[in-house]
Design a protein around this ligand. Structure first.
Ligand SMILES: NC(=O)c1ccc[n+]([C@@H]2O[C@H](COP(=O)([O-])OP(=O)(O)OC[C@H]3O[C@@H](n4cnc5c(N)ncnc54)[C@H](OP(=O)(O)O)[C@@H]3O)[C@@H](O)[C@H]2O)c1
Length: 323
């Protein structure tokens, strides 16, 4: 028996109760994993509260973790007991000290990166990879706009894009965050709660606008992001931290031949792309192109407290459960 956090019914953090569960032997194509570090994401709070009804209850939440392979099932050739691995999955089950999981969801961890570094970076780092290397590949000379530039994904996007040679404009919610954004490669920071970011972008770019806007804020920034684009610029909306985007007329794109995408990392971190993304993410971490977020570590049994702190915005950086 191992401990898992099982949600029986939606509710507040108190519904996250450690519960003994049996972990079966791995089936065909699966491994049994002893988990060490489990990533806690805002998505998990929505699943817990019932806002997202994507986890069948009773069920174990959690999208990402790292750990060590304990046993490989029949047909598994790529992994053996003792291998250090990480994964990200849309089918949950992450909040457990051990679990069975499909081997083709796993990526091998390099020796140079410890479990907490990877645990703090996997989902957000892969999202940053999707954004700057795949959805809109950033090149030297590009001018880019990154909202919530001091946030988990935002900070990594700024670091990576700066390394690729872009001029980076970042919006942030406070002076303190402006310092984090500047230290993460932003050439210009905008306090978007008090400044009109569209005007500032226009001034910074001499009226041209940006080649791409990476927007995870959604409702509050969407139209301004569109207005901030250069001719044939691209808007990547990849989140809605401020709320869902209202319906809009597609003819808004006609003015500047703008394009928009709405990518999800799980659609990129799949098949043959999975190993390439992980390899490039881990190389970027090893080479110091990007740096892991500061992390808040909680004991596995304190998952409820981790959710309380995350929802109260008391944390700044990654939130981890140490199994
Ligand atoms: N599409 C995908 O595949 C994918 C994958 C991973 C994450 N995401 C999304 O990417 C976004 C960033 O994720 P993250 O984990 O790195 O979070 P984060 O950026 O560290 O946190 C969200 C930030 O959004 C800003 N914000 C603006 N308005 C807000 C509001 N009304 N309430 C809360 N925050 C607000 C805040 O920064 P300021 O104080 O600077 O405004 C806040 O720190 C999230 O929306 C997430 O859902 C999408």
């Amino acid at each position: 028996m191992v401990q898992a956090i099982v949600i029986n019914e939606p509710g507040g953090p108190e519904v996250l109760k450690p519960t003994p569960v049996e972990v079966s032997a791995p089936g065909k194509g699966q491994v049994r994993l002893r988990q060490t570090v489990i990533g806690v994401n805002f998505h998990d709070c929505y699943v817990r509260s019932g806002l997202y009804k994507t986890l069948e209850l009773p069920g174990i939440p959690g999208l990402e973790a790292v750990g060590v392979v304990e046993e490989a099932g029949p047909g598994v050739t790529g992994f053996k007991p003792g291998d250090r691995v990480g994964y990200m999955t849309r089918t949950y089950g992450g909040y457990a000290q051990a679990r069975v999981i499909d081997a083709d969801l796993l990526v091998r961890l390099p020796d140079a990166l410890d479990d907490r570094t990877v645990g703090a970076t996997l989902l957000r780092g892969l999202t940053a990879h999707m954004l700057v290397r795949q959805v809109f590949p950033v090149r030297a000379g590009h001018v880019i706009l990154v909202h919530a530039a001091a946030g988990g994904v935002g900070r990594l996007v700024c670091q990576w894009a700066k390394h690729l040679g872009a001029t980076v404009i970042g919006t942030v919610g406070s002076e303190e965050k402006a310092k984090i954004a500047a230290a993460s490669g932003c050439d210009h920071t905008i306090l978007y709660r008090t400044e009109n970011f569209v005007d500032r972008v226009r001034a910074i770019t001499g009226g041209r606008g940006v080649d791409v806007a990476y927007d995870s804020v959604g409702q509050d920034t969407f139209l301004g992001s569109l207005q901030s684009l250069a001719l044939r610029g691209h808007l990547v909306n990849f989140g809605q931290s401020s709320g869902p985007i209202a319906p809009f007329s597609i003819s808004l794109l006609f003015d500047k031949s703008s394009t928009i995408s709405r990518p999800a990392v799980f659609h990129y971190f799949t098949g043959e792309g999975r190993d390439t993304m992980a390899r490039e993410l881990f190389s970027a971490l090893e080479d110091g192109i990007i740096t892991a977020d500061h992390h808040h570590d909680y004991a596995f049994a304190d998952a409820a407290q981790a959710h309380r702190d995350l929802e109260a915005r008391k944390t700044n950086g990654a939130v981890l459960l140490i199994a």
